[in-house]
Design a protein around this ligand. Structure first.
Ligand code: ADP
Ligand code: MG
Length: 257
């Protein structure tokens, strides 16, 4: 395989006595839409947290585009092309949809250009540029009409699209989505899938945690499965469906959505 865009080696983290992610070594193929599946509590979201710097591993390493990024902060990884959404979106509820999107890259831009010598004129130009890009991104995710609505008043599915818009401000090369279709109506799910495919065609790599096997079967390949913090399967979606170990893992686990 060519250099994987994202890879882990012997990655582990415990919460007390619980090994939530247990010696995970995997490679994410550049340009693919990888499905990450596994029963509830398998460690999928925790793995995302380790990949994106939200959590530091107890041991092991994470590599992004061939560079060791273990323990790097989320905003630093975002600046290096790694975007992620959360299982439960938490927008700034009283700010508008547009403002939420405009916030995304401010740290980055601030770091580069802010300082005592930044002129008002340049600052305004910068803000206009961010605003223009935010409007473009909102248009892409079909939320333009809601730009001025408070973000706390849009639907769950629209919040998922808003999350996607926020990370698109960083022009990510790899996007991790945590249960993008959960609790989203079928129409918005189709919109989201369409956008994922469109971005993927233009080269963006995806890793998607999803419970809906229909979604995974139709839109993800390869598939990686976790159970009790360990990788128990890697292969095509067809192989996943036919894999007895995987079936056991699901049947053995408590199913609570
Ligand atoms: P998944 O996303 O696969 O459903 P998670 O990664 O959220 O699973 O959780 C894996 C396990 O780790 C679960 O048993 C969960 O309760 C536990 N866990 C996750 N985050 C924490 C935390 N911050 N503190 C303690 N336990 C946690
Ligand atoms: Mg989860």
């Amino acid at each position: 395989m060519a250099e994987p865009i994202l890879a882990t080696r012997d990655l582990s983290i415990s919460f007390g006595a619980l090994k939530a992610v247990d010696d995970v070594t995997l490679e994410i193929e550049r340009g693919a839409i990888t499905g990450l599946i596994g029963p509830n509590g398998a460690g999928k979201s925790t793995l995302f947290n380790l990949l994106t710097g939200t959590l530091r591993p107890d041991s092991g390493a994470v590599r992004l585009q061939g560079r060791d990024v273990t323990g790097h902060a989320p905003d630093k990884l975002f600046a290096q092309g790694l975007g992620r959404t959360f299982q439960i979106p938490k927008p700034f509820a009283r700010m508008s949809v547009l403002e939420n999107v405009m916030l995304a890259p401010l740290d980055q831009v601030g770091e580069r250009i802010a300082g005592p010598f930044l002129s008002r004129k340049r600052m305004r130009a910068q803000e206009r540029a961010i605003r223009d890009k935010a409007l473009e991104v909102l248009d892409f995710v079909t939320l333009s009409a809601l730009a001025d609505h408070p973000a706390g008043q849009i639907s769950g599915g629209q919040m998922k699209l808003l999350e996607l818009a926020r990370i698109l401000m960083g022009d990510p090369e790899v996007i991790l989505l945590d249960e993008p279709a959960a609790g989203v109506n079928p129409v918005l799910t189709q919109t989201l899938i369409g956008k994922i495919k469109e971005l993927n065609r233009s080269g963006t790599t995806f890793v998607i945690i999803e419970h809906d096997m229909d979604f995974v079967m139709h839109h993800c390949a390869p598939v990686i499965a976790l159970a009790e913090g360990r990788v128990i399967f890697q292969g095509s979606p067809e192989e996943a469906l036919a894999n007895p170990t995987l079936l056991d893992a699901y049947l053995g686990a408590q199913v609570d959505g």
